[in-house]
Design a binder for this molecule. Structure first.
Ligand code: ADP
Ligand code: MG
Length: 394
């Protein structure tokens, strides 16, 4: 059913490609998912653990290798075309949607040597700028498509790193590796348990059976997010510096156990202690979540989601009124195993684990409450854990 839907979408985009660029030879189509992080928030830049799943919402690229030097991409979402030639030097400008694609092309070209020019159509239903990583889905879909067009194989962790490098170097966003990694390596029915220090990963079952994942989009722009993000990073670094006086072997908060933290947290200024408490606790909650999911204990996992939200609200202070309204409403509803903000915070999305038989009512009630209390319409997406980037057979 789900596979049929992505096949149908890919066919529509391939048809758009043929209309725009003319019918010549075979069309290559690729799908890459957005992602939602189930637990492990702000742990990535502390060398810690994350647990994302791939979404049904995805970015598709359909096209083929082209003659000549210039590559052309048409985005159906923006109804705009973007052209570039990787054989000529890069001309930096204000980054736009084409920059993600050109960045990936240039990073891959540097690593692999000559890539053929391509022409392609892009379409996606990952909401833009809501923290579900439409940017990584675009990079990964475009990157995988360009590799397929070149007839080159690359291990998916390497493609993830190339896409991250493109976003860092060309778009100028200092993102971690989680988003691109999840879009590349997600798997149906599994979460990706990723160690952000070593990049080692394991698949952990997400045995939804009579449950479903519901993503709640606050539709609140993530104002403040940039400066607060940098402040949080500085607090974590300060915490490490102070704790190193007592624990000389630690390199990051990832190395501090909850027991060690309890013993030495008095050495930290109040706000720094709160920030570090979240990170130390959150890493432990990811490990506990992995154990709970492995034995199919969704009730225990839901409680960990709730504890994560509480910690992000009280200690890390990256929630906002709208995210807290959703959380407080959801946790009291029958059928909700757990609910938490996901992504960097200050708006964006939350994720809930809900019993399937209650999902319609939970969704309707949350829409009502959210609209009444905030005046904003809530967007809701149901998803299972979906596979990572793939060529779609047409
Ligand atoms: P997020 O990754 O949380 O969705 P970002 O700001 O990192 O938010 O990335 C959003 C940007 O990614 C968009 O502004 C656009 O430039 C690009 N993008 C995502 N999806 C598409 C698409 N289908 N077509 C063109 N550009 C896209
Ligand atoms: Mg992004």
């Amino acid at each position: 059913m789900k596979a049929e839907r992505s096949m149908q979408k890919a066919l529509e985009i391939a048809e758009e490609f043929s209309r725009r660029f003319g019918m010549r030879g075979d069309v290559i189509a690729v799908r890459a998912p957005g992602r939602v992080n189930l637990i492990g928030e702000h742990t990535d830049y502390n060398d810690g653990f994350v647990l994302p799943v791939g979404l049904a919402h995805s970015v598709y690229v359909a096209g083929r290798a082209a003659r000549g030097g210039a590559s052309r991409f048409y985005s159906m979402n923006f109804d705009a075309e973007y052209a570039f030639d990787i054989r000529t030097p890069y001309e930096p400008g204000e980054p736009g949607w084409g920059t993600y694609i050109e960045g990936v092309a240039r990073v891959l070209e540097k690593q692999l040597g000559r890539l053929p020019a391509v022409e392609a159509v892009v379409w996606g239903d990952v909401p833009l700028g809501s923290g579900l990583s439409s940017s990584a889905a675009l990079e990964v879909a475009a990157g995988h498509f360009m590799l397929e067009a070149a007839g080159v194989r690359m291990p998916l962790p390497d493609l993830a790193r190339a896409c991250q490098a493109a976003e860092n170097e060309y778009v100028g966003v200092q993102c971690g590796i989680m988003d691109q990694f999840a879009s590349c390596l997600a798997d149906a029915g599994f979460a990706v348990f990723l160690d952000c220090r070593s990049l080692e990963f394991e698949y952990v079952p997400v045995p939804l059976e009579d449950h479903t994942l519901i993503v709640l989009n606050t539709n609140v722009p993530r104002k403040l997010a940039g400066s607060a993000y940098n402040e949080r990073r500085r607090s974590c670094e300060e915490g490490v510096r102070i704790l190193q006086k007592s624990l000389p072997d630690i390199k990051a908060l990832r190395d501090v156990t909850p027991v060690q933290f309890d013993a030495f947290q008095d050495h930290l200024p109040g706000e720094t202690a709160a920030r570090c408490r979240h990170i130390v606790g959150e890493n432990q909650r990811v490990l506990d979540s992995v154990n709970a999911l492995r034995i199919g204990d969704l009730a225990a996992f839901g409680k960990l989601m709730n504890a994560s939200h509480a910690s992000l609200r009280r200690d890390y202070e990256v929630t906002c009124r709208e995210l807290d309204i959703l959380h407080d409403a959801a946790v009291d509803m029958p059928g909700v195993a757990g609910e938490r903000m996901t992504g960097a915070g200050f708006g964006g999305c939350a994720v809930a684990l809900v019993e399937r038989s209650h999902a319609d009512r939970v969704e309707a009630d949350l829409r009502d409450i959210y609209l009444r209390e905030t005046g904003i319409a809530l967007d809701v997406y149901r998803t299972a854990a979906m596979p990572g980037v793939r060529r779609v057979d047409l």
